[in-house]
Design a protein around this ligand. Structure first.
Ligand code: DDH
Length: 292
């Protein structure tokens, strides 16, 4: 696999380079795709509508405290897989590359094309990240919790119940790692294929608490493969407002793809304030902007 230098501004070319690094035979299920998707989501998911800080702009996860946040454990794998592309193409910001890698991975896994725009700017140092960004820690969801927690976390970003359920379908990809989150296993049988399997399995399988020393999680076995659900995943079928969306997406994969694409595209744009030229300046701490 040889990574090329792509002409500045040729993002389709960069997608081609990202596709080259997706295949990682020695890693997990043979693909870097799922961890790319999680990188794009965690880079964006600490946005706050009220404080107007956080989000993908800046690529703050290259610096502490975001880099050492236990919620981001394991995402260095994704950052490292993308490093050769950044090295050969220093014109692309890390923040653009990480978000583009997430959506390229989804499409390559058979999922929808997600709307995406370049223009994000990187912080140049930990001090710059701190100065512009303020406190954005402890904002990502905790898998051990329930529906109220999920709603609180995602309404902070500006998402509705429907969008929350659509975004959660990303758990068709990848797996939990005991050395990262403490949880263990994939949600679906083929965790490198983007589909609506997650919703189907939630509704049709008998999920039982796993008997083990690790954190509380659910399990079932499908065709000899042990699958898992987090308490937050189960909350989507237990909550009466979330559940109808799980049922809709389980029945209609096209609808899921359409809604997922819009919601994921919106996620990657949170806090990215572009000017007329498409360039996204770095957002100052809310306090400095004279927040009421
Ligand atoms: Fe997730 N997720 N996620 N997730 N997520 C984990 C893995 C992956 C929660 C917890 C976990 C989203 C929402 C939630 C992906 C995408 C998305 C892991 C396992 C935990 C724990 C980490 C590890 O051990 O490596 C919780 C809680 C929520 C919630 O909403 C309440 C969303 C919205 C997305 C998205 O992309 C839109 C992906 C992909 C993975 C698999 C990563 C991998 O390395 O494989």
């Amino acid at each position: 696999m040889s990574i090329q230098s792509i002409k500045e501004g040729d993002y389709e070319g960069i997608r081609g380079e990202i596709r080259k690094v997706l295949k990682q035979p020695q890693y997990d299920d043979g693909s870097a795709g799922p961890v790319f998707v999680r990188l794009a989501w965690h880079a964006s998911g600490n946005f706050s509508l009220v404080e107007h800080n956080g989000g993908s702009n800046g690529a703050g996860m290259r610096f502490a405290p975001e880099s050492t946040d236990p919620a981001n454990a394991g995402l260095t794998h994704a950052i490292d897989f993308l490093m050769p592309i950044q090295a050969a193409n220093p014109w692309i910001s890390h923040s653009d590359l990480w978000t583009l890698a997430g959506i390229t991975a989804i499409e390559a896994a058979g999922g929808p094309r997600v709307p995406w725009q370049p223009g994000r700017t990187d912080y140049t140092s930990a001090a710059a990240a701190e100065e512009h960004r303020g406190q954005v820690g402890d904002r990502l969801p905790d898998g051990a919790k329930g529906a109220d927690h999920i709603r609180e976390v995602f309404s902070r970003m500006g998402f509705t119940d429907q969008e929350i359920v659509a975004l959660s379908g990303a758990h068709a990809l990848g797996r939990c790692h005991p050395d990262r989150s403490g949880f263990d296993g994939p949600w679906v049988v083929n965790p490198t294929r983007f589909s609506n399997q997650y919703y189907k399995l939630l509704l049709t399988r008998k999920w039982v608490p796993r008997q083990w020393d690790g954190p509380f999680q659910y399990e079932t076995t499908v065709a000899g493969t042990k699958l898992m659900m987090l308490p937050t995943d189960m909350a989507l079928i237990e909550d009466e407002k979330f559940r109808p969306w799980v049922e809709k997406y389980a029945k209609d994969q096209d609808l899921f793809f359409k809604d997922f694409s819009l919601a994921f595209g919106k996620l990657l744009e949170l806090g990215v304030d572009r000017d007329d030229t498409g360039f996204a300046k770095l957002v100052k701490k809310a306090a400095e902007e004279g927040k009421p």
